[in-house]
Write a protein that binds this ligand. Sequence first.
Ligand SMILES: [Zn+2]
Length: 292
Amino acid sequence: MEIHHCPCCAGTKRKASLNVVDHMVSKEVFTVSLCSSCGCGITSPRPDEIGPYYESTAYTSHQDENGGLFGALYGWARAVAARQKVRLIKQSVKKSAGALLDYGCGVGVFTARAERSGWKVAGVELSDAARAKANEKLKQGRVVKTRGDLDEAERFDAVTLFHVLEHLDDPAETFRWIRSRMNTGGALIVAVPNYESPDARHYGAYWAAWDVPIHYWHFTKEAVSELAKSTGWFVAEVRPMRLDAFYVSLLSESYKTGVKNWFPAIYQGIRSNILGGRKNASSLIYVLRKAS
Ligand SMILES: [Zn+2]
């Protein structure tokens, strides 16, 4: 399927493109074209049937246990990240607990952590296997398959999309729907990879966070800002996700050289965090608020 309109600014002009291999599953080549006005990267054409491209035992965010040193570190990093995310939602809504919707919650590590911290949690997760694992972790909260399965009357203080927006067919429509379910003073928190980061520049087409074709979109700060503006939000804050540079660099090294080269990956992770600073990290977190 060809994608003609930019999901963020609706622009139809493209300024550049690059070819990226799906290293994870199919080894097929996909083209990412950049919107000439906001810079959003668009995977086009993309497969009509996306399901088979997720079918990888390596889709780590849908796993609870991963073998080896890499798996152990991934598990540790995910637990650290879950604690940081709970802190972030508290700061963003300026209260210690409220109602949270974790959109695309995977196996629910963060969702469960938020529930233990006193949040009333709900999750949406399309993958049957991941959703079952997430529900096992929750006491009161519930993870449903699609947002249509949520109670009509439910409203939220925080809605989180951690590495989810780039997988969604229609980001603008999703932002509008979230706006209609948001309590006053609430925050929409979105984390996406940043292809302008130093690690992305270093690895080029080997950069692991292109993750084609399952990443439909590749956001820039300007693209997120355009998307927010067109759907009744504004970007109140941008924060770095510092661990992502290490994880992404390690995967990128293995795509580039065929082996997990720890030292170059750690070096690139540190370099990316130093050069990128707070606003140009490997992945960025955007805190959005309703525009009046
Ligand atoms: Zn655009």
